[in-house]
Design a protein. Structure first.
Length: 100
């Protein structure tokens, strides 16, 4: 299971080199992708929030776009809020995507 967002931030800030940071991010991205494949619903919003942090660091986070859309379709307002916020910040839409 992946770590919480706060622990991920601490782990990234504790890295002394860029190589260590890339290793921490790669490990966490792999854990997030595994959670998405396992359809872990309880932590989906946490994983999407971590994707936002990973995106802010400059690493690719395109693999979580479908999870953002699933959060937007969720009946829970807090999950909708996270999904819409991350979707608006991370993903730049082209005209083809808007028609979907």
């Amino acid at each position: 299971m992946s770590v919480r967002l706060r622990e991920l931030i601490r782990a990234v800030r504790a890295c002394r080199t860029a190589q260590e940071e890339r290793a921490v991010i790669a490990k966490e991205c792999a854990l997030i992708r595994t959670a998405f494949k396992d359809h872990t619903l309880a932590v989906r919003h946490r994983n999407v929030a971590k994707l936002l942090f990973i995106h802010m660091l400059g690493y690719p986070s395109h693999f979580g776009q479908m999870e953002c859309l699933k959060l937007i379709a969720s009946p829970s307002f807090p999950e909708k809020r996270i999904g819409m916020s991350v979707n608006a910040i991370i993903y730049q839409y082209s005209y083809k995507d808007i028609s979907l």
